[in-house]
Structures are given as structure tokens and as C-alpha cells.
Design a binder for this molecule. Structure first.
Ligand code: NAD
Length: 288
């Protein structure tokens, strides 16, 4: 029987691509429940799904920040059984800390971290009963290494890494696997939305030196970086498809080999001096 795969955040980007690729699996191994917060945005996904729509792919409403929405979504799945959960929904936040509200920061944690925790709590009892399951988490290289002006986003991904690494240990007893997928920059709406917000944001209360560091050094470097080494959501989805299809899924999987040395910094340089050794401060070294 095909495995039921529930994916959060499928209206765009990596989630959409992953849903479509799994639904088109030549061996038809998957029944995909592609979820999104706002069903008004399902057009792009439905068009990309083509003939798979209503066959190997169904679209459902799911807001990872709402208990009710999660319960409602799971109650609509046949047998209520999720074999593979992909925690993909996420939001970014970038800018000088002084100019960001606590509410905006909390929203990042509510979505990225607690959103994933909420879904896991909902599917775990069933997976444990069946002694079978796979939980895939779309983390980030920023879940392994902090990046300047991304403090809160990186912290939310670090939180995911710590949570799922801890959970992985007990779940092995139940034949349930956890996989943290860690992309580098990916060219999706994610980055577009973020840079758009940032270019008009005022960041009240931020001193001019910090603002200039952010606007004149960080932002141009960041745009260049996405342009030069950014992956496509298709490429990232391909890696996730492999992870889902493997008999012994890995605990961690990076999607962009350029980032492998970077994420080893912590182990090889406890002094932290390698972090800031370039004109752009940490940014230069970290992201190039
Ligand atoms: P994206 O913005 O296209 O996709 C994120 C999706 O999450 C959107 O469809 C959005 O509507 C959805 N979402 C946000 N809040 C939600 C909520 N409360 N409930 C349900 N859905 C919600 O961007 P993407 O790049 O495809 O992001 C997917 C994941 O990849 C995120 O977790 C992101 O942190 C991670 N990631 C992205 C990059 C990158 O550079 N784009 C790099 C590493 C990791």
C-alpha cells in the first residue's frame, strides 16, 4: 500500500515541489496530503500536480499554528494514519535586532518550532502504535551555524535541531526515523518576501552604524549569495524525495555541498575567530 505523506506549507517553494515530485513517483509509492494555511493559494499546486490531483495528491487546509486546524486536518485523513510527516512550513526574519518586535520573533518560533512540535505530537501516538514512521524536518544550514542579522530565524532552526535530535533517540525503539534536511540558500518566495519586507522596513531604534552594516553590507551580499549559490526548490525537493525513499533514512542531510565546511566551523574553531575574519564581519566568511 502507498505510504501517506503529510507535508506542511505546500502553497509555494520547497513544499509545493516536494508534494508534486512525490505524487509523480513512477512507482506510485506515496499518497500525498499537500497542506497549506490558505486554500485560496492552491491554484499553483493544483496546476503543477496535473493528473496526480485527486489521485496520488490531495490538497488540505492546515495552519501549523492552530491546534484546531491540525486536529481537523488529521481527522480527514483516511484511517488518520500518517506514515511520513514533512515539517516544511516556515517563516524567516532578518534585520537588526533592535528594530524587530518581540511579537515578530515569537511568530517565527510559533511557526518554525512550535508548528513542527504541534504536528509531531499529533502524529506520534499513531506512529508509535504502528511501530513505523518517518518525520522529516526542513531545517537549514542556519540550524547548525548562526548567520549575522538572522539571529532569531537561526535560533528557531537550532531549536528544531535540538528538539529532533533529542527525540530521534527514543523513536529508534519504535522504528520511527527522524531526518533533518539542511538546505543552504534556496531561491523561493521565502527570500523574495523577506527582502521586500526588509527594503521598506524602518527598524526603529537602530543606530546608524548598525543600519548601514545591514543595508550596505549585508543586504547586497545576501542578494549576491542567493544569486550565485542558491539552489532551486526542485533540487532541494529531489534530495528530500531520496531521504523519504531510503530504507535507513539519515538523521542529517545537507543539500548544498558548499556549506559542509562552513557548518564544521564550530567543531574546528571554538575560539570563534574564524567567524569575523573578513571585511563584512561574520557575514563574509559565513556565507561565501
Ligand atoms: P516559502 O515561503 O515558499 O514556503 C514556506 C511555506 O510555509 C509557505 O507556503 C507559507 O505559506 C507556509 N507557512 C508559513 N506559515 C505557515 C503556517 N502557520 N501554517 C502553514 N503554512 C505556513 O519558502 P521555502 O523556501 O519553500 O521554505 C520552506 C522551508 O524551507 C522553511 O521551513 C524554510 O525555513 C526552509 N528553508 C528555506 C531556505 C531558503 O533559502 N528559501 C533555506 C533553508 C531552509
Amino acid at each position: 500500500a502507498p505510504r501517506t505523506v503529510l507535508i506542511s506549507g505546500c502553497s509555494s517553494g520547497i513544499g509545493l515541489e516536494l508534494a508534486v515530485q512525490l505524487a509523480h513517483d513512477p512507482r506510485q509509492r506515496y499518497q500525498v496530503v499537500a497542506t497549506m494555511r490558505d486554500l485560496g493559494k492552491k491554484g499553483t499546486l493544483e496546476a503543477a500536480a496535473g493528473k496526480a490531483l485527486g489521485q496520488t495528491l490531495t490538497v488540505a487546509q492546515l495552519d501549523v499554528c492552530s491546534d484546531e486546524s491540525v486536529a481537523q486536518c488529521l481527522s480527514c485523513i483516511q484511517g488518520g494514519e500518517v506514515d511520513v510527516l514533512v515539517n516544511n512550513a516556515g517563516v524567516g526574519l532578518v534585520g537588526p535586532l533592535e528594530g524587530l518586535s518581540l511579537a515578530a520573533m515569537q511568530n517565527v518560533f510559533d511557526t518554525n518550532f512550535f508548528g513542527a512540535v504541534r504536528l509531531v505530537k499529533a502524529v506520534l501516538p499513531g506512529m508509535k502504535r504502528r511501530r513505523q514512521g518517518h518525520i522529516v524536518v526542513v531545517s537549514s544550514v542556519m540550524g547548525l551555524q548562526g548567520v549575522v542579522f538572522n539571529e532569531v530565524y537561526a535560533a528557531s532552526k537550532f531549536a528544531m535541531e535540538g528538539f529532533f535530535e533529542s527525540l530521534a533517540v527514543q523513536l529508534l525503539q519504535f522504528n520511527i526515523f527522524i531526518s533533518l534536511v539542511e538546505p543552504g540558500p534556496v531561491v523561493t518566495e521565502f527570500e523574495g518576501k523577506l527582502l521586500e519586507q526588509v527594503s521598506t522596513a524602518e527598524f526603529p531604534g537602530t543606530d546608524p552604524d548598525t543600519l548601514s552594516y545591514f543595508r550596505d553590507l549585508y543586504l547586497p551580499a545576501s542578494r549576491e549569495l542567493f544569486h550565485n549559490v542558491g539552489q532551486s526548490p526542485q533540487d532541494v525537493a529531489k534530495v528530500i524525495v531520496k531521504v523519504i525513499g531510503s530504507a535507513r533514512p539519515p538523521l542529517r542531510r545537507q543539500t548544498n555541498t558548499r556549506y559542509t565546511p562552513l557548518t564544521a566551523l564550530k567543531a574546528v574553531d571554538p575560539s570563534g575567530s574564524l567567524l569575523g575574519r573578513s571585511p563584512g564581519g561574520g557575514h563574509g566568511n559565513l556565507l561565501q
